[in-house]
Ligand binder design. Structure first.
Ligand code: PEP
Length: 243
């Protein structure tokens, strides 16, 4: 399976950043799928700047309904209209900042799929949950309750304690968790579960990407901080080819 390297710009980035970044990522090697998820305000301009390339554009969230009186929210159809093909859902920052639980994430995923977007559903344990030996149980429960039936999107395993901290799980822990997620997807979706890409996310950098991406059942990376600099993002894309 080709690897997917997805950049999550979070609440960073300005219009002035787009042209240089787009020009650089257009030089990315073939053989790896690239996706940039900028803030909503940059989506349309980013999509236009990347129009002649295979680099895809995604949102960082969408509402569970198609339209309505939801101040500050955005619908999946609006993301599509701006040029998005994917949407990140259930990121731990949204689960923490906006109280999004598994049921909310599942409803958003259903709305995204209905609109034609590919959802990237984030799951991952906190440090306390890992220390208590509950990491796999927590992640399995998130999969069971966040993924709608017939799910054919992407799952991103992002240990909360590894996001933006410079810390990563051991290779053994990533391997064990990705195997558990694959088994969980098989139990939930049968044969279709084996086609779901499982990304690793949490402090992926040019220096550790090749190691992480080469681990079994790692189908790519969800990259936060290191996706803001085209040079780092491209280096991670290069590492995916070796993974
Ligand atoms: C993320 O926010 O999805 C993420 C993985 O961030 P970082 O790469 O900065 O840890």
């Amino acid at each position: 399976m080709r690897q997917l390297i997805a950049g999550n710009w979070k609440m960073f980035g300005k219009l002035a950043d787009i042209a240089g970044f787009a020009a650089a990522v257009k030089t990315a090697p073939a053989g790896v799928d690239l996706l940039i998820c900028p803030p909503f305000t940059l989506l349309e301009r980013f999509a236009a700047a990347l129009a002649a390339s295979s680099v895809a554009i995604g949102g960082q969230d969408c509402h569970a309904t198609a339209q309505g009186p939801h101040t500050g929210d955005i619908s999946a159809a609006m993301l599509m209209e701006a040029g998005a093909t994917h949407v990140i859902l259930g990121h731990s920052e949204r689960r923490a900042d906006h109280g999004e639980n598994n049921a909310v994430v599942r409803a958003k995923a259903e709305a995204a799929i209905a609109a034609g977007l590919i959802p990237i559903i984030c799951v991952g344990e906190t440090e306390a949950e890992r220390e208590a030996g509950e990491a796999e149980h927590v992640v399995r429960s998130q999969l069971l309750h966040s993924l709608p039936s017939g799910f054919a999107g992407v799952v991103a395993y992002e240990p909360v304690w590894a996001i933006g901290t410079g810390r990563t799980p051991t290779e053994e822990d990533v391997t064990a968790m990705h195997a558990a997620i694959r088994a969980g997807l098989g139990a939930q979706f049968g044969a279709a579960g084996s086609a779901v890409r499982i990304l690793y996310g949490g402090s992926v950098k040019p220096g550790n990407a090749a190691t992480l991406l080469a681990l079994p059942e790692v189908g790519g990376a969800l990259v936060g901080g290191a996706s803001l600099q085209a040079e780092d993002f491209l280096a991670i894309a290069q590492a995916a080819l070796r993974g």
